[in-house]
Ligand binder design. Sequence first.
Ligand SMILES: Cc1cc2nc3c(=O)[nH]c(=O)nc-3n(C[C@H](O)[C@H](O)[C@H](O)COP(=O)(O)OP(=O)(O)OC[C@H]3O[C@@H](n4cnc5c(N)ncnc54)[C@H](O)[C@@H]3O)c2cc1C
Length: 476
Amino acid sequence: MKLLKSKLLFAAAGIAAVVATTSLVFFLLGEADSPFEPNRSFWAKEEVEAEPPLKNDITADVAIIGGGYTGLSTAYHLKKYNPRLKVVLLEAGKVGSGASGRHGGMVLTQPPPESFEISDDSEVHRKTYEITAQNIRKMQAACRASGVDCDLVLDGVVFAIVDEEDVAEARAYAREVREMGMPIEFWDAEETEGNLGTDRYAAALYDPNGGSVHAMKLIRALKTLALRSGVVIYENSKVNEIIEGQVALLKVGAANQRVHAPKVVLATNAFTSKLGYFQFTTIPVHTQTAVTEPLTKEQLKKIGWESRLPFFDSRNALVHVVLREDNRIVIGGGYADYFFRSDLVHRGDMKRLHELTMKELLKIYPELEGIKLEHLWTGPIHMTSDESPKVGITGKYGNIHYGMAYNGQGVNMAFLFGDVIASDIVGRDHPWKSTPYYGRKSGLKGIIPPEPYRWIGAKGMMYYYENEDRRNEGAE
Ligand SMILES: Cc1cc2nc3c(=O)[nH]c(=O)nc-3n(C[C@H](O)[C@H](O)[C@H](O)COP(=O)(O)OP(=O)(O)OC[C@H]3O[C@@H](n4cnc5c(N)ncnc54)[C@H](O)[C@@H]3O)c2cc1C
């Protein structure tokens, strides 16, 4: 017995030593130093000419890192609130080369109805909805002010429910939130089919405050506004290092040009951990979107998508679908992927993604058998374990501002967080700051372990979700 006990102790100590050594090795190894993949999306052809890279050492009042919606919106709002500020924006590639120039085009309010649960504090739920709904109108006003037609269509969005067993909960959710003043409508199967043309769904929730937008045209609009207000944008200017201080020092580009600024904004979303921030509370994950060839008049008639409302559905592998003005369908989502050491280069099988996407499309509209996906691309999204985005201030000197981790629903939120960050910097109040989501700490539950446990956990979770969807699919 004694011998068995000591053998067990010996084995346990051995396992602990292996785990500790592996953790230490990977901790020291850190993250993969990924190159920045160019934007190969359907929207990339709308890119505008790049601004010149940084060639000298400079100083600024605010240095923004990242030229997606978060960075551009921060720049735009900063100059709106204080035109005298010297604001510079540093972008590693071209503006919009991250998720903002690659997404599926859905413009969504928050919180999403995915769990059909109202957060513990119903007033917070209502307020979050109201702020994000108003923000969409501000985005519309910004597009108009820029003179760029962003193809922003705000007729609402539909959350389509796949499984019969979720219908009662969705109906109850709609009733509750309507009582709180949120204009969400419940549609039964017949009404859903009448609007979307497909009988795939058991019911739906309609939100009149969402819509769709052209990813790169929104980038163009925000870039136009930023440049017009005097923001200096440096493209092809990667920030290599941030040295914190009362006045922070950024090292930029191949020649390590120096930027000194008392305020720095991390608008780097899925790329953030590469600068050493939020490495253990966020994780970059890759997802995909595709565009079909334009539908013919006959195809459009056959599918009967009368409302042309964009929709997303209720499976784990959330699928989002938009019908564009040019009659192409944009379809995205499905299974996400994670690559070892938070690699930002997509190393998955594009052929498989193509097949999965086509399969999803034909499940919704079997009448489209034979249609071609003209273009399919991937991009990194930034996740947290509790699926809450992050905005606030960090750093030893309290001058590193951040907005990120939109968990794949960041078009509206990134524009909103740009406003929150700018408000913080100029000392204005913002209604988001009185929600519990502002400056929220992740806590122990929010910790994402280092490699190889991160990879094992992420892959395991994806495998579990994929199987659960497959099981539910089989049960239909
Ligand atoms: C395929 C796909 C589909 C999506 N579909 C939707 C959708 O339909 N609806 C929705 O709401 N959301 C969607 N999203 C998510 C949404 O696009 C993002 O949440 C949002 O665009 C994030 O904006 P951002 O500005 O924070 O990040 P990004 O747009 O990723 O911008 C970060 C920028 O920082 C730059 N950068 C990073 N590191 C450095 C550095 N060291 N130096 C200089 N620059 C740096 C990057 O090059 C990049 O341009 C989708 C995302 C993807 C990838």
